[in-house]
Every structure is written in structure tokens, then in C-alpha cells.
Ligand binder design. Sequence first.
Ligand code: SF4
Ligand code: SF4
Ligand code: SF4
Length: 264
Amino acid sequence: MIATASIIAAIATLGAIGTASTLMLRIAETKSRELTEKIDIITLIDDLLPQTQCGECGHMGCKPYAAAIAQGEAINRCPPGGDATIAALANLLDKPIAPLDGIAKPDRVAFIREAECIGCTKCIQACPVDAIVGAAKLMHTVIADECTGCDLCLEPCPVDCIDMLPIERAPQPAHYRMRFIAHNARIEREARERELQRSERANRIEKKVEAQAAAEKLAAAEPASPAVKSRQDEIRAAIARAKAKKSAVRIQPPIDTTGNDNAH
Ligand code: SF4
Ligand code: SF4
Ligand code: SF4
């Protein structure tokens, strides 16, 4: 009777565990589906943004703004996209069209007045799509086809030699996005390489210090050979003689230079 009750209890426990597992699996599946849907909607929103990566929406690029829109942020904060982007986003998200929050920006391209450029490289560091070529102390130039017209190189230029010129061209958001991804990958790779070099240099120094300490320890522990010992004894004796001589000189009475004869 007791055995039957135990079996029933065990079956009930197993059943409860099974139900709980199924429930957890369903929750995990739902969360994963929600996450996938969220990622999908971010991608769909991002596809409608101009990809200049200018940051005028208040985000560090178009993808972060897409993620913010997916979380409920307003759809009217992209000046390069203007009304066309707002309309596309409103259509995708089934939201009302709102007026642009900012001033619409026509397409433009950066142009460096090369004669005035001092080659400081600050614009290169600011460009999110690596559209500027040049080297330190040499004049720089913009690859017009790669420039998104984001304006980000203007502010850092210390001699104000960059103009933004209006341009008529077909939008190429996919190309800009690809350039931006490549730019970020380069920055990350360079940071990793710098970190690797720094750690290799630190390791080399550490090994050198350790080797030096080990050599000093060994030298202190090793008994000197008879020849070296005899030489050390000679040096010690010479130092002692020199010290004794020096003390003897120091205790000599002063020489009387007055000419007085004090003997009487
Ligand atoms: S292009 Fe628009 S979405 Fe992209 S960073 Fe600039 S303002 Fe933001
Ligand atoms: S060259 Fe200047 S305006 Fe053109 S993409 Fe680079 S930072 Fe932006
Ligand atoms: S920031 Fe201005 S001065 Fe410096 S390299 Fe670029 S264009 Fe030349």
C-alpha cells in the first residue's frame, strides 16, 4: 500500500516537472521569437534610413536610431531623410506622418580646399565611412563617391578648409552602410592590434626584469672561484690600506706657518 502511494507520488512529481519544463520551453520560444521579430523590425526600419551616419537624430548612427524607433521613439528626427523617410517609416509602422523635427538637408558632398589643408588628419578620424585620404602633414582629399555628406569632418578641421557642396545623385544607403560597418571593423581591429602590441611590450619588459633578478640572485648564491676570491681579497686589502692611509693623513697636526718657535 505504502509502495503504491510512493509510486503515485513519484509519477505526480515527474508529471509536474514535465509540465514545468514544457512551460519554460514555451516561454523561451516566445522570448526568442519576440527577439527575432524585434531584430527584424530594427532591420526593416534601418533599411529606410539614409545611412549618412551623421548623428543628427541624436544617436550614434542610423542603426541605433532604428533601434530607438522600434522602442517607440519618434519617426521624424532624421534631417537627411526628410519627409520621404518620415512617410516611409509611417507606412511601415502604421503611424501618423509628423513634420520633420529639424531642418531638412539636401544631399551634399565634402570638398577640401587642398591649398589650405595643413595635413592634421583630424577629418580622417572624424569620417564615419573612411571617405578621406591623406597622411600626416600632407594635403587631404575627399573621395566624393564615398562621402555621405554627414558634415562630421567640418567641426574638427582647425583651419576650416572643408566646404559642403550640393550634389545630385541617387541615394546609396546600402553602400554607405557597408562602408560604415567596414570603418567600425577597422577601428576595432586597430584597437585590438594596439592592445596586443602594448601587452607584448609589457611582457618583454617583465621578462627582462625577471631575467635580471634571476641573474643577480644566481651571482649572489654562487661561491666565488679561488682565483676570483683571491682577487676580491686583494681588492679588499687595497681598500683597507687606502683607508688607513687616509686616516693617518687626517690626524697629522697642522703645519705651523707663523715661523714662531714655541720650543722654549
Ligand atoms: S542619417 Fe538620419 S538616422 Fe542616420 S544618423 Fe543621420 S539623422 Fe540619424
Ligand atoms: S568626408 Fe566629411 S562629410 Fe563626407 S562622409 Fe566623411 S566626414 Fe562625412
Ligand atoms: S582637418 Fe582640415 S586641415 Fe586637417 S587634414 Fe583635414 S582638411 Fe586638412
